[in-house]
Ligand binder design. Structure first.
Ligand code: LMG
Ligand code: NDP
Ligand code: PMR
Length: 396
């Protein structure tokens, strides 16, 4: 990927990628072919002029109430008799670590940090000052189905209840030229971000069901970049699961494509596709299990946390420019701490207990129910994804 400096000036931006030339009219705003109905996660401060020109509505708060941060006493559930018990995957850095900290600091949660690097997680917990009695590190490598099963066993043997599961871990491989694979031979981003979490959440549903906690929740972290009804979701390459032919073929890059839609490998697209899978899975879980179990299922876009480890594989120039770009131009930037408080709200705030919701926050950090793109809310695709994923992880 190269930053095409010349593209800043002319009224038509040209972006050539591996032979795929894209001509972008300036009115389409940085490559985003924006429908006039586009709304939602678009930051209201972002270029008012252009927004007016494009008839983009500012964020519409569908749930008006601003929700207080988790460490404020007003958000506490008074009926809680014991500490809540929450598993957070990928809690060794970024959003997961900040969420673990926000929850543990209240003294009302015990956080199980489900991490692939035990030592790193222990060090991270200590370095941000999470009280020792409020966390446990357990090994989980989402890039191995065997490890997912082992984690579930270990967790059950610990005797702890499970009140909330947070599927947060992810990898992003935007500069990879060739696919890499999980232990089970799935392309690494979809294998880790979607399939690993798919198996984990399915196995832990029983544990969540058994919880006697006032509110039991299963949260899968989504993102704006998987939603093509937003500007960010229109930055190429765009998410698109197609008819799932690559996934159905096993994503192994041998007998079938390593991409869900059956196309050529593109690491950035694979990540965005995996986020669509995360958001579809949350909705399918809601349809299948919410009524029967009382578990609330939710997804969220926490804001653009531009300095996390997610971008570790990106080119240095990107890592340098991305934070100021998000801070001063899109104004979509949030700190790890703020994002952690947001996810902690979805874990524990009684006012965010609605199931089947994709949460977002506006500028003054008020939460609202956001709309997903057409593909990310396609219930037929969600069902198909569920069925194909079940087969791949050995549940069907
Ligand atoms: C894909 O490209 C690759 O194809 C894929 O393989 C993978 O790598 C993927 O996500 C990773 O990227 C997608 C992308 C390439 O394509 C586009 O975004 C199309 C548009 C290209 C236009 C690039 C011009 C950059 C314009 C920045 C916005 C400027 C706004 C001007 C308005 C000024 C108003 C005051 O994308 C790129 O190559 C760009 C990557 C760089 C992103 C970071 C943005 C840097 C912008 C620099 C801003 C400087 C910040 C300083 C702060 C200023 C403070 C005032
Ligand atoms: P980080 O890279 O900081 O955190 C990702 C975590 O996932 C790390 O703890 C990492 O472990 C862990 N992880 C990666 N692979 C595995 C694996 N195979 N098994 C177990 N854990 C694994 O990124 P973020 O905090 O930014 O990302 C967290 C979530 O937020 C992701 O779901 C991402 O999609 C989402 N998100 C992020 C945004 C952002 O702007 N940063 C915006 C929207 C959504 P390790 O520490 O060992 O590398
Ligand atoms: Mg994006 C309101 C505008 C907005 C927001 C909120 C994001 C979030 N981005 C926006 C706009 C733009 N981005 C524009 C106009 C461009 C063209 C310059 C742009 C580019 C861009 C790149 C190259 N953005 C990126 C990348 C990445 O590699 C990141 C990515 O796609 O990761 C999959 C990314 C992101 N932008 C975001 C967010 C939240 C990300 C990263 C993380 C994620 O989805 O988890």
């Amino acid at each position: 990927m190269a930053l095409q400096a010349a593209s800043w000036v002319p009224s038509t931006l040209s972006l050539a990628k591996e032979g795929k030339g894209i001509a972008i009219k300036e009115t389409s705003l940085f490559g985003a072919a924006l429908p006039t109905s586009l709304k939602g996660e678009f930051n209201p401060c972002f270029n008012k002029e252009l927004r007016k020109k494009l008839s983009i509505s500012p964020i519409k708060a569908q749930t008006a109430a601003a929700t207080p941060a988790v460490n404020q006493s007003s958000s506490d559930n008074k009926k809680t008799l014991r500490k809540g018990s929450v598993i957070i995957t990928g809690a060794s850095s970024g959003l997961g670590l900040a969420t673990a900290k926000a929850l543990a600091e209240t003294g009302k949660w015990h956080v199980i940090m489900a991490c692939r690097n035990f030592l790193k997680a222990e060090k991270a917990a200590k370095s941000v000052g999470i009280p020792k009695e409020n966390y446990t590190v357990m090994h989980l490598d989402l890039a191995s189905l065997e490890s997912v099963r082992q984690f579930v066993d270990t967790f059950r043997r610990s005797g702890r209840p499970l009140d909330v599961l947070v599927c947060n871990a992810a990898v992003y491989l935007p500069t990879a030229k060739e696919p890499t694979f999980t232990a089970d031979g799935f392309e690494l981003s979809v294998g880790t971000n979607h399939l690993g979490h798919f198996l984990l959440s399915r196995l832990l549903l029983d544990d969540l069901k058994q919880s006697d906690y006032p509110q039991k929740r299963c949260i899968i972290v989504g993102s704006i970049t998987g939603n093509t009804n937003t500007l960010a979701g229109n930055v190429p390459p765009k998410a698109n699961l197609g008819d799932l032919r690559g996934l159905a073929g096993g994503l192994n890059g041998v007998g079938s494509s390593s991409m869900i839609d059956g196309g050529d490998f593109d690491g950035a697209k694979a990540y965005k596709d995996s986020k669509v899978c995360n958001m579809l899975t949350m909705q399918e879980l809601h349809r299948r299990y919410h009524e029967e179990t009382g578990i609330s299922f939710a997804s969220l876009y926490p804001g653009c946390i531009a300095e996390t480890g997610l971008f570790r594989e990106h080119i240095p120039l990107f890592r340098l420019l991305f934070p100021p770009f998000q801070k001063y131009i899109t104004k979509g930037y949030v700190s790890e701490e703020e994002a952690g408080k947001r996810l902690a709200q979805v874990v524990s705030d009684p006012s965010l207990s609605k199931s089947g919701v994709y949460w977002s926050w506006n500028n003054n950090s008020s939460s609202f129910e956001n709309q997903l793109s057409k593909e990310a809310s396609d219930s037929e695709k969600a069902r198909k994804l569920w069925e194909v994923s079940e087969k791949l992880v050995g549940l069907a």
